[in-house]
Design a protein around this ligand. Structure first.
Ligand code: GCU
Length: 431
């Protein structure tokens, strides 16, 4: 009993001691200290993984458990038996007849007055059979991703600050369409792809202390190794997938989960856990996404687990300024997606997200992708800006800042088309 309390005490100290921040953020390559990465093909016992079956049966579950235990927290709730979809609106001739637009209520508790999210879906009308879909969360409400004047202004928590404390984090009319450049509906539809999106703040607000309001509130109070907001948002992506699977116009075997920045972290974690996602697109996901943690450049764990600590399991904070002690790194998160393709989008001016560290995350996953008989990452060195690497681990460095632009969408669709061409119409060849 005594040792139990001693352990509790240590745990409390370890997880709650305020992390000292480094004197400055490293933003020059020559200042990056040496580091070493864990080998994704060596088990915690030191035993090497020799074939695809050992990866699948031994190492993959071990890594998934480590990422849950040490970083994002365990996902304590699965698909609720009460889950229900309500098609609130279906417009067959949206966008001048080019698209079908749906607004679907995904009711986590099966009731309109319970926890829920609304999925906005656009499907291209010119394609006869089931279509591939890009699915991703958005920051400021579905109506902020499109210009359509008839999309309702929602009532859930949003990221946007109005400037007036009385209406802060409430959706306002002025946000209509503000993020339309990040959701290239016209371009995707023209190329035969659908897009589905939901507001992350409707799943759970992005602030500490709100766990009861979202899916985490459907389970027990989260402990030190249990899910934070990223886990909750990733859960929401899986519930959106539940709906997409039920719509015969969607090719459920070609749903790519995507996300920008913190929503990219959630998309990669969703893709690692939920193998129904046949492709993952990281849009500048940075630290806690696809960028290596042990490579100190840009944002570090102390920053992530400080004011953004509600995104992760409390246990992650023990690695603030102790990245070397972390038993995993983000290349192994990418490896959990193998053999399904991942496209890593970076931006040249986004040094906070460490674009080179994002590429190196992909490179570190290459041995796993190759063990699973894919082409891994074709580039051996960090590619030049605007050069798309369309191998199973894809990479594209866009000139510009932290954002998602049409150039990113062009890379995404070229990548998705290419992966389908080399995989008999699917995104990857099933092993
Ligand atoms: C902050 C945070 C990043 C995150 C980004 C975003 O910059 O430090 O980790 O990716 O916000 O989500 O916009």
């Amino acid at each position: 009993m005594k040792s139990f309390f001693l352990l509790l005490g240590l745990v409390a100290i370890g997880f709650s001691a305020p992390a000292q921040t480094r004197s400055s953020t490293i933003s020059r390559e020559s200042d990056v200290p040496p580091y070493s990465l864990p080998d994704p093909l060596v088990r915690q016992t030191g035993q090497p993984i020799r074939n695809a079956r050992e990866w699948r049966d031994l190492r993959r579950p071990e890594l998934l458990e480590l990422f849950a235990d040490q970083e994002y927290g365990r996902t304590l709730v699965g698909r609720p038996s009460s889950l229900r979809f309500i098609v609130r609106e279906s417009i067959p001739n949206a966008r001048g007849g080019r698209a079908t637009r749906l607004r679907v209520g995904i009711l986590f508790e099966g009731r309109e007055d319970g926890r829920q999210m609304e999925l906005l879906v656009y499907l291209p009308n010119q394609v006869k059979g089931p279509v591939p879909v890009f699915l991703g969360l958005n920051f400021d409400g579905n109506y902020a991703t499109a210009v359509d004047p008839d999309l309702p202004i929602p009532h859930h928590w949003v990221m946007a600050k109005s400037g007036d404390p009385a209406t802060d984090h409430q959706p306002v009319a002025a946000s209509r369409g503000v993020h339309q450049h990040q959701f290239a509906y016209a371009y995707a539809l023209e190329h035969g792809y659908g897009i589905a999106t939901a507001a992350y703040g409707e799943i759970e607000p992005d602030a500490p202390g709100h766990w009861r309001e979202g899916p985490r509130g459907l389970g027990p109070e989260p402990g030190p190794h249990d899910w934070g907001c990223i886990g909750a948002w990733a859960w929401g992506l899986s519930r959106a997938m539940d709906y997409l699977e039920s719509n015969p116009r969607v090719d459920a075997r070609r749903v790519a989960v995507m996300g920008f920045s913190r929503l990219g972290k959630a998309a990669v974690w969703a893709g690692a856990q939920d193998e129904r996602f046949a492709m993952v697109i990281s849009q500048d996901s940075g630290a806690g996404g696809v960028a290596l943690s042990k490579r100190l450049f840009g944002e570090d764990i102390a920053h992530l687990t400080g004011s953004l600590g509600h995104w992760f399991a409390p246990s992650f904070a023990q690695y603030a300024n102790h990245e070397e002690a972390l038993p995993i790194d983000q290349h192994e998160l990418i490896a959990l997606i193998a053999p399904r393709p991942i496209l890593i989008l970076s931006a040249t001016e986004d040094s906070w997200s460490d674009p080179k560290g994002e590429f190196l995350g992909g490179q570190g996953a290459d041995p796993v992708y190759r063990l699973l008989k894919t082409d891994g990452l074709a580039a051996k060195t960090w590619p030049s800006p605007s050069e798309l690497i369309p191998s199973s681990i894809g990479y594209f460095l866009r000139p510009g800042s932290h954002d998602v632009t049409l150039e990113d969408w062009q890379a995404m669709i070229t990548f998705a088309d290419h992966r389908a061409r080399v995989s008999h119409g699917r995104f990857y060849k099933s092993p």
